[in-house]
Design a protein. Structure first.
Length: 255
C-alpha cells in the first residue's frame, strides 16, 4: 500500500451556512459523504397519518440501530416534501408516536426506489400499483402496517426527535428515534437451525453513493470478540484492571 502522504488529493471546505453543493466546485459529480459512509442500511419506513389514517411508505438511508438494551433505531429526514414542509414519515411518526421499519432485501430494489419518488401527499407509496405494489400486513403492537415485500419488520414507538442545522433555506434535518416493541422475522431468512438470522439469506439492500445500491457480499468470520478479549486478558491482565474490578464488584453483589 502506498504511503497516503505521497498521494494527490482533492480537497475542499464546507463552511457553516454554506449554500449549494461545495463538492461540485472541486469537480465531483456526487456528494462524497454518501460515497464514503457506505454501505448504509435502508430504513424502509411505514407510518400512518394522524388525520385520515392513510398509510405512507418511504426509504431512508440515514438509518441505523442506536441501542440494543433497549432496542432502538433512528432515521433521519433531510430536505423537504415536494410541496414544502416536513416529509410525511416524520410528521406521522411524531404525531402518532409510531412507525415500522421494513427491512429491504436485494430482490425489492425497484420497489424501494419507487417509494422514494416525490409523489403527492396522501399517496400510499407502499401499496400503490404503480409504485411498490406491496400487500400490507397488520402489525401486532403499533398501528402502521408492515410491507409484505420485506422479510423482516421492526415495530417501533417514537421516543424523541432532534432537529439539526440545515444550510439550505426551508429544508430541515430531523432525526427520529424509536424503540423497537415487536419483531417479525420471515422463517426463510433464518439459519437451518432456526436460532438466528442468516444475513446471506436476508441479503439486505443498502445505499451507496450517487444512484447506486449495494447488496451483501462475502461473509468473513473472525474470532469472537468475547473469546479474543478473554485470551488477551490472560496474556496481559494489566490492560484490564478496571474490567476485572467491575466484575469482582458484580460477583460480590450477587452473593
Amino acid at each position: 500500500m502506498s504511503n497516503s502522504a505521497s498521494q494527490e488529493w482533492v480537497s475542499f471546505t464546507c463552511a457553516e451556512g454554506s449554500k449549494g453543493a461545495p463538492w461540485r466546485a472541486a469537480g465531483l459529480k456526487w456528494d462524497p459523504l454518501k460515497s464514503l459512509i457506505v454501505p448504509r442500511p435502508i430504513g424502509w419506513i411505514t407510518t400512518l397519518s394522524s388525520g385520515d389514517g392513510g398509510a405512507n411508505t418511504a426509504p431512508y438511508s440515514f438509518f441505523n440501530a442506536v441501542s440494543s438494551t433497549p432496542p432502538m433505531v433512528m432515521f433521519a429526514c433531510n430536505g423537504v416534501h415536494a410541496d414544502g414542509g416536513l416529509k410525511e414519515s416524520v410528521i406521522n411518526a411524531l404525531e402518532t408516536g409510531e412507525f415500522v421499519v421494513n427491512v429491504a432485501s436485494a430482490g425489492v430494489i425497484d420497489a424501494v426506489a419507487k417509494t422514494g419518488y416525490a409523489v403527492d401527499r396522501g399517496v400510499d407509496e407502499g401499496s400503490h400499483p404503480l409504485l411498490a405494489n406491496s400487500a400490507m400486513l397488520a402489525s401486532t403492537v403499533v398501528g402502521p402496517p408492515r410491507l409484505a415485500l420485506a422479510k423482516a419488520h421492526l415495530e417501533c414507538t417514537t421516543v424523541e426527535s432532534i432537529e439539526l442545522p440545515h444550510d439550505n433555506g426551508e429544508a430541515r434535518n430531523v432525526v427520529v428515534f424509536g424503540r423497537v416493541v415487536a419483531y417479525h422475522l420471515c422463517t426463510s431468512i433464518l439459519t437451518d437451525a432456526g436460532d438466528s438470522v442468516d444475513v446471506l439469506r436476508l441479503n439486505p439492500l443498502s445505499r451507496l453513493g450517487g444512484s447506486e445500491y449495494g447488496t451483501l457480499g462475502a461473509r468473513e468470520a473472525v474470532i469472537s470478540h468475547k473469546y479474543g478479549e478473554a485470551e488477551l486478558m490472560e496474556q496481559a491482565p494489566e490492560l484490564f484492571t478496571q474490567l476485572a474490578a467491575r466484575r469482582q464488584r458484580a460477583r460480590a453483589r450477587r452473593k
